[in-house]
Design a protein around this ligand. Sequence first.
Ligand code: FAD
Length: 496
Amino acid sequence: ASGAHVPALVIGTGYGGSVAALRLAQAGVDVHMIEMGMAWDTPGSDGKIFCNTREPDYRSYWLRTRTKAPLNYFLGLPIDRDIPRHTGILDAEEFGGITVYQGRGVGGGSLVNGGMAVTPKRENFGAVLPSVDADEMYDVYYPRANAGLGVGTVDPAWFDSTACYQYSRVGRKHAQRSGFPFVFVPDVYDWDYMEQEAAGTVPRSALAGEILYGNNHGKKSLQQTYLARARATGRVTVSPLHRVTSVAPAAGRYTVVIDQLNTTGDTTAVKTVTADRVFFAAGSVGTSKLLVRLKATGVLPGLNGEIGRGWGDNGNVMCGRANHLWDPTGALQSAIPCSGIDNWAAGGAFAEVAPLPTGIETFASFYLSITRNPHRAEFSWNAAAGRVDLNWQASWKRPSIDMARTIFDRINSREGTIYRTDLFGVYKIWGDHLTYHPLGGAVLNRATDNYGRLTAYPGLYVVDGALIPGNTTVNPFVTITALAERNIERIIATDL
Ligand code: FAD
C-alpha cells in the first residue's frame, strides 16, 4: 500500500531478484518484490496458463498488437500475426540496432527461456568475471546455484531412443563428422516428466511446442524453485503488475515510486513506499534503464560514470541448415534443447542445437550460437525523447556470424549441405537482429563495488545480469544466479 515502509525492496523477480529475496528472508529480513509483469498463476479460458508457440494469443507478447517471433519467417513467408495488446509474457524490446527479448512476469526470464543451465568452463571464467575469485565460484556458488535451480541432464540412453530428439541426434552426427565436440547441455526441465510426455502418460508441454510463451508443465521456472522457497519463509510478498519508476534518497532511506498497471499497460495508480535497502534486479536492460535515467535526471547524481556501460549481447546469432532427405529432423521435436557444439577455444562459438517445433518435418537443423563478440554498447538518457537509448549497431553482429561460420561452413562442406535462407526473411541466412541474452550496463567492480553495491548510495545494490560484462561464453542464467548467491551472502554478512 502507498505510504508503507519495507526493510528490503527488490525490483524484479528474475534470477538475481529471487536469490536476493530468498537469502534476505532466510536471514530474517522482510522483503517486498515489485514485478511489472503478471503473476502467471491463473489459467485462461482454455484452461491453460500459457499459450504455445504455434498459436500465440493475447498472452504471448508484452504490450504489442502484433507478434514479433524471433524466427519470423517460414518457407519465406512471414508468420507474425495480430494479437490484442496485453501485458503478455515475452517482451521484444526494440533499440536502434537490436531487438532484446526478455521475460515479463513473476519469474522473469525463467518463464520464457529454454532452461539451458550451463556453467562456463573453468578456464573461461577469468574472461567472464575477472574480479571474482574463481575457486569460490566453482567450489561454492555454482554448485549452490545448480542445486537451487534444480538442474539436471537428459538420460543418454533415452536420448538415443526417443523420436523427440531426432533433431539433436542429427546435430550430433553432423558435428562429430566434422570433428567438433558434441556436448549434452543440462537443463532445469524435469527430465522424468519429459519421458512421461513421450510415453503419453501426462499432458504434453515440451512436446507440445511450449517454450517461448511459457511452459504449462515440466519446466522448473523460478516460480517452482527459488520463489517458492522464498514465499515459504513467510517473509516475502510479491506485487505483480507494478513497475518501479523512481528510487530517491530520503533521510537515510529510499523513496520508491511505483506505477500500478492494468493488463493493457495503463497506469491505474501511483504509489510511494520507503525502503531501507533497494535491490535492482530488473534485468540487464531494466536495471540499466532505471539507473541511467535516475543518474541523468539528478535523482541519483552520485552514481559513477560506468553506469550504462559495458553492455553486450552474449554474441547471440541464429541460423538454420537444410539437410538432405535422408536426414530428417523429426515432426515431433522437444522444445527444450539438450545439446550443443563446442568450438569456443578454436573458433569463439558455442552453438546450441535448437528445436524447430513446427509439428511438421522440415529437414532443417537450427542453431543458436553464443559467440565471443567483442563489441560493447552503452545506454544513455535521451532527454528530448524522454527515454533511454542503446547505441548497439546492427553491423556489430559481423564477428558473431564469422565465429558461427567456423562451425557451420565446415559442417556444410562436409555434408554437402547449405544454409536455410527462409527463416529470418526472404533469402536471409542469419538471425542477427536480436539477442536472448542481454548482459551488462552496471558492471561488477566498475559501476558497483566487487559485490554489487552502488557505493555512493549505501543500501542500493545491483543483483542481476546487469553486473556481467556482456558475455558468459555459454547461456547466462546459472552464472547470474551463482553471482547473486555470492554477492548476497557477503551483503547479508557485512551490511545488515
Ligand atoms: P530477468 O530474468 O530478466 O528478470 C527481471 C525482471 O524484472 C523481469 O521479470 C521484468 O519484468 C522485471 N522488471 C524490469 N523492469 C522493472 C521495473 N522497472 N519494475 C518492476 N519490475 C521490472 N538463459 C540461459 O541461461 N539458458 C537458456 O536456455 C536461456 N534461454 C532464453 C530464451 C529466451 C527466449 C530468452 C528471452 C532468454 C533466455 N535466456 C536463457 C536468458 C535468461 O532468461 C536471462 O539471462 C535471465 O532471465 C536474466 O536474469 P535477470 O535476473 O538478470 O533478469
